[in-house]
Design a protein around this ligand. Structure first.
Ligand code: GDP
Ligand code: MG
Length: 179
């Protein structure tokens, strides 16, 4: 019999310049183009995942210029999203702190409701020589906040982005089934 279409609203968050757009565009097009327009976009993407038709809506967010507002996740975004991808750059300590703050904000907002799937992504893994965040630190943050964790390089691999979006979808299905 006909299976119902899966819909997933995914919000991509993180500081400026960490590769949010690069990861998103990699997933959508399989390509890395180097420079990305700095405008906020919501992309829709229809794909078959494990035999089920899936409609991704991906909100590639833009961090406010004012660094004090970096941790700002709007009410609208929180209401809209079914799941979150929080991106930092492994060679930018500040961007890791932004992820910490955004994580707190999501948990405050959503704790009244069911748990929401969150994936933390350490991007720019190709820049090992400039690494400021050990993998272990990213992993610990994820474990302590019940998230998944991946390191990847949008510049180097398509597979890394694919795994991130598919894993989030899988967590979303699990949380929907258990509610
Ligand atoms: P956003 O502001 O978070 O959307 O970041 P962008 O996707 O626009 O990327 C910011 C800059 O980092 C661009 O110059 C990208 O080419 C570069 N970039 C993105 N991902 C990677 C990566 O995995 N490795 C490297 N070396 N550069 C990357
Ligand atoms: Mg961007």
């Amino acid at each position: 019999h006909q299976q119902q279409k899966v819909e997933a609203n995914i919000l991509v968050l993180g500081a400026e310049n960490v590769g949010k757009s690069a990861l998103t565009v990699r997933f959508l097009t399989r390509r890395f183009i180097g420079e990305y327009v700095g405008t906020e976009s919501i992309y829709t993407h229809n794909v078959n995942v494990d035999g089920r038709e899936t409609l991704f809506s991906i909100w590639d967010s833009v961090c406010p210029q004012n660094p004090n507002l970096n941790n700002c996740v709007t009410e609208e975004q929180l209401r809209w999203a079914d799941g979150f991808i929080l991106v930092y750059s492994i060679c930018d300590r500040d961007s890791f702190n932004v992820v910490r703050q955004q994580l707190q904000r999501i948990h405050q907002m959503k704790k009244r409701h069911c748990t929401v799937p969150v994936i933390i992504v350490g991007n720019k893994r190709d820049l090992q020589h400039r690494r400021e965040i050990p993998s272990e630190e990213g992993r610990l943050l994820a474990i302590s906040s019940d998230c998944d964790f991946f390191e990847t390089s949008a510049a180097e691999t398509y597979h890394g982005s694919l795994v991130v979006f598919h894993q989030l979808l899988e967590s979303l299905r699990e949380s929907r089934n258990s509610n």
